[in-house]
Design a protein around this ligand. Sequence first.
Ligand SMILES: Cc1cc2nc3c(=O)[nH]c(=O)nc-3n(C[C@H](O)[C@H](O)[C@H](O)COP(=O)(O)OP(=O)(O)OC[C@H]3O[C@@H](n4cnc5c(N)ncnc54)[C@H](O)[C@@H]3O)c2cc1C
Length: 389
Amino acid sequence: MVRFMPKFDPESSQNHPYWWDFDLDNQPLELELLARPIEEIPAQSDCVVVGAGYSGLSAALTLARAGRSVVVLDSSKPGYGCSGRNGGLIGPSFHKLGMAGLKAHLGEAKTVAVMRESMDILMGLKQFIAQEGIECGLIEAGRFRGAVTVQQYDELARQAEGIGKLVDLEYEMRPQSAQREHIGSDYYKGGVVYHQDAHLHPGLYLKGLANRALEAGVQIFAPARAERVEAGGDGYRVTLGETSINCGEVLIATNGYTGEAFPYLRRRVIPIRSAIITTEPLSADLMHELSPQRQGFSDSSRLMPYYRPSPDGTRMIFGGRALNLADRPENYARDLHRLMTRIFPQLRTTAISHAWSGTVAYTFDHAPHIGRITEGPMSGVCYAIVVRA
Ligand SMILES: Cc1cc2nc3c(=O)[nH]c(=O)nc-3n(C[C@H](O)[C@H](O)[C@H](O)COP(=O)(O)OP(=O)(O)OC[C@H]3O[C@@H](n4cnc5c(N)ncnc54)[C@H](O)[C@@H]3O)c2cc1C
């Protein structure tokens, strides 16, 4: 295992998600095994989905269960993008603009609908995991969001109260005097607990989703980079080097990894790098001190860090925005380690086993988008762009 903290050694940096090395039994997660080689791609299918992350695979599963033949392509491997790299924290995403910003943009009724949908997604995800029996280390312990300043504590309280009037949000304000019941830190000036939030093992969730899709008849191919999509025959032709496949419908689900092959979407997606570090295993006592209730964490700062215990409860997994778009652990690992030890001084001498990053998608209006391309040779092709607020 590579150690590059607290003495940082860029030569030995390991840009590799913890999730790919450790499942719930501490075994490696071999996501590439879910896919077949490009040579076996059929000539025809009802639907082609480009991108084997959460978006592409859930769409593929829905389509297959509705009776369509579905091919999913990924240029690298299923879960290579954000879906195999994220922090695994799940909760409603109440939009970057906040309620006031949303109301100014969308009006009252649509703002309420957005808030409700955001909450429904969280509940729907938990229900889906239970119904499908996906073993992904789901821990429904809630999330503590710390206030960095006293003013932000008041703001978090106002925000939660406002949202609570619109949707069924179970929350509790915790003053600084009660904070240690949630987090082993004196860094915050109190915070809010969102009781319905949870965390899971993102790689295992991806694997479970892919397995359900395969069982429903979806065919996944990787490495298989879609280089061109154009209208042809009764639908579209998707070209991958020497190979091509004809289909009735195409969905582009490449999110923050959208490349020049899809110029209409590339112009509308801003890739932002987010990064995570993982500590070495810590003692049970120290882990209990850091997260006495195994809750997830974030805070009120603009570049909101997000962190949580590992699924086996032995490590701290700490993420945040990487300020540089280049994918270099030396650019973000030291910053994350510094921030982590500001919150948890107990971890100052703790070594880091993993550091990795991925590109999330941002859009100009901060909102997720689904729809169809309306111009050029890809006119009519569907897309889904997820935004993490
Ligand atoms: C470090 C990090 C931490 C995060 N933490 C959280 C969190 O805690 N909670 C949360 O809710 N969200 C989090 N997110 C965001 C979340 O992971 C993403 O919003 C989500 O996974 C996006 O899923 P997706 O399927 O749309 O895209 P992705 O999972 O990014 O998948 C896109 C796929 O498209 C493939 N692709 C690209 N171009 C082509 C092509 N031409 N042909 C074929 N395939 C192609 C890529 O290989 C990739 O696998 C985090 C993201 C990152 C990077």
